[in-house]
Design a protein around this ligand. Structure first.
Ligand code: SAH
Length: 346
C-alpha cells in the first residue's frame, strides 16, 4: 500500500495526523517547516522529533520526492530545463530561468494535457494523470536544492492545464505561500490557463491575488476553436465576463498570451478582436513567437512582423510586450515541454 505523503499535507492535516497517533499538535508545524521552509526531504534529519516518533511515522508515512532524470543547460542564456521522473516512471518537465530581478521556475501541473491545442507539444501525447500538490511542490524544491538558489517567482505554465487539476493546484499555492513554509509571495505566482471559465470563477472566490495569464491566441470565437478545442465550451464572451469578475475580486491585472502565427492570427482584424477582449479590463498582451513543433506546420511570424502586430495593438491603446525567448536552444520555450523522454534523443 502506498504510504501517506507528508509533503502533500497542510498544517491542519498534519495536526490531525499527530493527534490521531497520540502526539501533540505543535509537532505539525515543526514537521511542516522542516519540509517546506528548510527544504529537507529525509525524516531522519528532523531530529526535533524523537527517534521513536520518527520510526513510528516511517511505518505508514513518507516524504515523497521526484528525481532528476536529466538537466539541460542552455548555452545562450541561464535557462535550465529539468526532466523529472515521478514515482510511477511518468515524466514531467520544468524550466528554470534567471534574470537580474528574479529567479523564476515554470512548472508542470499534469502528466500530459487534455486540452488539445494544435500548436502545443504538451498535449500531443495525450493526458495521463494529475500531479499531486507534493509533486508540484517538489519541482520547486528539487531545483532549489540542485542549484542552491532561492526561487522567488513561480509560473504554472509548464505541462498541463492548471484548472483541470484545480484542487491540487490550489493546495500547492496555499502551501507554497504559507509563511511557515516556502513563503512565496502570492503576487509572485502566476497561473496560465487555456481559459477554463469554471476554474477562473473558483479561483476568484478564494480571493487569492494570484496573477492570471490567459492563453488567448485568437479573439475570434470560430477561429479560436480551430486551434484550441477547449474554446468550444468556454466562449470568449463568457471568458471576458469571468475576467472582469476576477479583476473585480482580486484587483490583479490580467495578461493575455498570444502566439503570433503567420497568416493565422496576425491581421488588423485580429488586433481589433483582442481589443474587444480587453474592454473594461486592466489587461496586458504578451506576444510570443510560435515555437515550432513537428506536429504543427504553420509558420511563426517573423520578428519584424511581430513588432508590427505589437504596434497595431498599441495604436488601439493596448499595453503590449513581446516575450523574450529563453532556452530556445534546449526546447525549453513555451509550448515545447513534453511528457515523453524519447523526444530528447532526436
Ligand atoms: N494549459 C495552460 C498552461 C500551459 S501552456 C495554458 O494553456 O495556458 C503555456 C503557454 O505556452 C500558453 O500560453 C500556451 O498557449 C503557450 N504555448 C503552447 N504552445 C506553444 C508554442 N508552440 N509556441 C509558443 N507558445 C506556446
Amino acid at each position: 500500500m502506498k504510504k501517506l505523503d507528508l509533503k502533500n499535507m497542510n498544517i491542519s492535516e498534519l495536526e490531525n495526523l499527530f493527534l490521531s497517533i497520540g502526539e501533540k499538535k505543535f509537532r505539525a508545524k515543526q514537521l511542516f517547516k522542516y519540509i517546506h521552509k528548510e527544504n529537507k526531504n529525509d525524516l531522519d534529519e528532523i531530529t526535533v522529533l524523537s527517534k521513536d516518533l520518527r520510526e513510528k511515522l516511517k511505518e505508514f508515512t513518507e516524504i515523497s520526492d521526484i528525481s532528476i532524470l536529466k538537466r539541460i543547460d542552455s548555452k545562450i542564456d541561464k535557462t535550465k530545463k529539468y526532466i523529472f521522473k515521478l514515482y510511477d516512471n511518468n515524466i514531467i518537465e520544468s524550466v528554470y530561468m534567471e534574470s537580474k530581478a528574479n529567479n523564476t521556475i515554470c512548472i508542470s501541473t499534469q502528466v500530459g494535457c487534455k486540452m488539445g491545442c494544435v500548436f502545443c507539444a504538451s498535449t500531443q501525447n495525450g493526458y495521463s494523470r494529475n500531479l499531486s500538490a507534493a509533486e508540484i511542490l517538489s519541482q520547486v524544491y528539487k531545483v532549489e536544492r540542485d542549484l542552491n538558489k532561492r526561487i522567488d517567482n513561480i509560473v504554472l505554465m509548464g505541462i498541463g492545464e492548471p484548472f483541470d487539476n484545480f484542487d491540487n493546484v490550489l493546495k500547492f499555492i496555499k502551501i507554497i505561500n504559507s509563511d511557515d513554509g516556502h513563503n512565496t509571495g502570492i503576487r509572485n505566482i502566476t497561473i496560465s490557463t487555456s481559459g477554463i471559465i469554471s476554474g477562473i470563477d473558483k479561483l476568484a472566490k478564494t480571493g487569492l491575488q494570484v496573477n492570471l495569464a490567459i492563453s488567448l491566441h485568437n479573439g475570434i470565437q470560430k477561429e479560436r476553436e480551430d486551434i484550441m478545442p477547449i474554446a468550444k465550451g468556454n466562449k470568449l464572451t463568457k471568458l471576458h465576463e469571468a475576467l472582469l469578475d476576477y479583476q473585480n475580486k482580486t484587483g490583479r491585472r490580467i495578461s493575455y498570451e498570444y502566439v503570433v502565427i503567420k497568416d493565422v492570427n496576425d491581421s488588423y482584424d485580429h488586433a481589433r478582436y483582442i481589443k474587444s477582449m480587453c474592454s473594461g479590463l486592466d489587461a496586458h498582451v504578451n506576444l510570443i513567437s510560435l515555437n515550432k513543433i513537428d506536429e504543427y506546420n504553420k509558420q511563426a511570424a517573423r520578428d519584424p512582423d511581430i513588432q508590427r502586430f505589437k504596434e497595431k495593438l498599441e495604436n488601439l491603446g493596448i499595453n503590449t510586450t513581446i516575450r523574450r525567448k529563453q532556452g530556445s536552444d534546449i526546447d525549453a520555450a513555451c509550448g515545447q515541454l513534453r511528457n515523453k523522454y524519447e523526444t530528447l534523443s532526436r
